[in-house]
Design a binder for this molecule. Structure first.
Ligand code: 13P
Length: 242
């Protein structure tokens, strides 16, 4: 799966150019592997454009508010996301963990809400540079995965994003990704959850690094930030998978 996480980027014109470009560049079977997560304000239009251009691309939201927290000013719950075409939702991204101080108790509520509203989940985990340097990676990731173990989930993918690689311009090295993905896969497989879709890698992926990363056996997808904003570069990443 190729997940385009636009973060807080984009516009209506960029959205239609991007979808039209991806539609012209990738055949239907490759489109089927693509998931676009634009800012929530563009989801409805993205859904309409996908129908208009007859595309095979899925949509996801970048965040969800637990329905148990209603009323909450500015909140958007899973049913709302579903109603505007979202099939997936990203939960636990390091930017939200760091900047908005999202902790396990809140993330568990979000997982529950996503499940109740029939959304599939991209659950992000990753260690900081300090944790990596202190050889704490395996321990930290296992800890972050505990709420997945305890939550009822529909289909879900784990996205491993080392925090130190995000936006740095350099992806983690192949041996490191290989080792960590194996550990994550073993851990999550031991939970015996039916909906487990595998482990994606994210963190400065572009078309120069994607091919080698995709060759790693334990990598079932890519979560792409900056390099997903230009449709040509996003398509180059998808096309590097052969
Ligand atoms: P970059 O690809 O820009 O490093 O972002 C990765 C990411 O955080 C995707 O969720």
């Amino acid at each position: 799966m190729f997940i385009a996480n636009w973060k807080m980027n984009g516009s209506q014109s960029m959205l239609s150019d991007w979808l039209e470009g991806v539609g012209k560049t990738l055949d239907k079977s490759l489109q089927k592997q693509c998931l676009l997560c634009p800012p929530v304000c563009f989801l409805s239009e993205a859904s309409q454009l996908i129908s208009k251009y007859k595309l095979n691309i899925s949509l996801g939201a970048q965040n969800i508010d637990p329905s148990s927290f209603s009323p909450i000013t500015g909140g958007i719950d899973g049913a709302m996301l579903r109603s505007i075409g979202s099939e997936f939702v990203i939960i636990g991204h390091s930017e939200r963990r760091d900047i908005f101080k999202e902790r396990d108790s809140l993330l568990l509520e979000k997982l529950k809400s996503a499940s109740e509203d029939g959304l599939k989940v991209i659950f992000c985990i990753g260690e900081s540079l300090k944790e990596k340097e202190e050889n704490q990676t395996a321990k930290v990731l296992k800890q972050q995965l505990q709420i997945v173990k305890n939550a009822e989930l529909n289909e879900f993918m784990i996205a491993y994003e080392p925090v130190w690689a995000i936006g740095s311009g350099t992806a983690a090295n192949i041996d490191y990704i290989n080792k960590v993905h194996r550990e994550i896969s073993d851990e999550v497989s031991s939970y015996q959850k039916e909906g487990f879709l595998g482990v994606s890698y994210g963190g400065s992926v572009d078309s120069s690094s994607s091919k080698d990363i995709l060759l790693i056996k334990g990598v079932q997808g890519l979560l792409i930030g900056g390099a997903s904003l230009q449709y040509q570069e996003f398509c180059n990443i998808v096309l590097s998978n052969n």
